[in-house]
Design a protein around this ligand. Structure first.
Ligand SMILES: [Zn+2]
Length: 329
């Protein structure tokens, strides 16, 4: 952490602290170690990390740097902002707390892994106290857009947000390049890499401006090129394809039908864990109702998104397609 209390109870910034001073944690009041160096950012640390419930996160250089960027950008955007403000009612400590009149916004920069349960609990804390909150993601090994990934991992999907302006989006705070990397219009399709748009913005002010632009596009139908790549990828997934073919065979259909009917020809919300061909096959072959469809759904936990409306949307896309098929036949 960057701030600690000195003997008089004043908050002192690590880079202004003295080696022979005595400093305590603003959360748990335990004695802290001051770490100052030439190459590393000055900070305070607990004797043992697990000693403290409030400042429990192991803080890397990236996390410390990200917090300072968020503070600087908040102040440049004209907000009153405070680093590591300890909210004693909540026993929570947002990385940066912005105050605008009587309105407060907690900014969190998440570098270490965090369970969905903790994410929900901390967000609920802010909400109950009337604070707005926003989570920025640190770059990590599981970066969702680095390797032509087909689905979001749960580790990233839990931060997913949706807006009418941008569709589904994720915001990464890139400390190395001192900017935000914004991925928006994120869409998912069977057997294809995620579809998305990307924008780099220089600071919080630019991020706010960008997010107010209307740039959302609807869930796309695959073009011919995507459809043939999808078919090739589908044919490569031997195990799953065989399972689906067996299922079709039990229902007196050929594997050919599985390929052409069940692999969806459109993009859909990026909240699903498995490809849609599974529930589509069930719907086609067992005349599943929308209620049954809901039970079949296997979705990521996305606490900032109301999944109900997106289930409905996926269902409607599917129904429209069915109607067109029947009309065509
Ligand atoms: Zn502590």
């Amino acid at each position: 952490m960057l701030y600690a209390k000195d003997e008089t109870g004043r908050l002192i910034l690590a880079q202004e602290a003295h080696k022979d001073g005595h400093y305590r944690c603003p959360g748990c009041a335990q004695t802290l170690i001051l770490r100052q160096g030439i190459t590393k950012r000055s900070h305070f640390a607990h004797q043992r990390q697990q000693d403290c419930r409030i400042f429990s996160e192991g803080e890397t250089e990236t996390h410390l740097g990200g917090k300072q960027l968020l503070l600087k950008w908040s102040q440049q955007a004209g907000f009153t902002a405070q680093l590591e403000a300890y909210l004693s009612d909540l026993k929570q400590r947002p990385d940066v707390l912005i105050t605008r009149g009587d309105h407060q916004i907690a900014l969190e920069f998440q570098c270490a892994s965090l369970s969905v349960q903790k994410l929900i609990a901390r967000s609920a804390g802010y909400q109950a106290d009337g604070l707005d909150y926003f989570w920025f993601i640190g770059k990590n090994k599981n970066h969702p857009f680095s390797k032509q990934r087909r689905k979001l991992s749960q580790a990233v999907a839990k931060f997913l947000r949706y807006s009418d302006n941008l569709g589904f989006y994720l915001i990464f705070l890139n400390v190395g390049s001192k900017c935000f990397d914004l991925y928006y219009n994120i869409q998912q399709a069977d057997c294809l890499p995620l579809s998305y748009m990307y924008q780099r913005v220089a600071n919080l002010h630019e991020l706010r401006n960008f997010m107010q632009r209307k740039l959302r596009f609807p869930f796309r139908t695959l073009n011919d090129e995507e459809r043939s790549l999808q078919r090739r990828n589908y044919l490569r997934t031997v195990g799953r394809r065989q399972e689906l073919a067996n299922y079709c065979y039990l229902h007196h259909q050929t594997a050919q039908a599985a390929n052409s009917l069940y692999v969806a020809p459109f993009y859909y919300p990026p909240i699903y864990v498995s490809d849609s061909c599974w529930w589509r096959a069930h719907c086609f072959l067992e005349r599943m109702s929308s209620e049954m469809f809901l039970q079949e759904m296997h979705c990521h936990q996305t606490p900032f998104i109301n999944q109900n409306c997106f289930w409905k949307l996926t269902w409607q896309l599917f129904q429209t397609e069915l109607a067109n098929l029947q009309f065509g036949a």
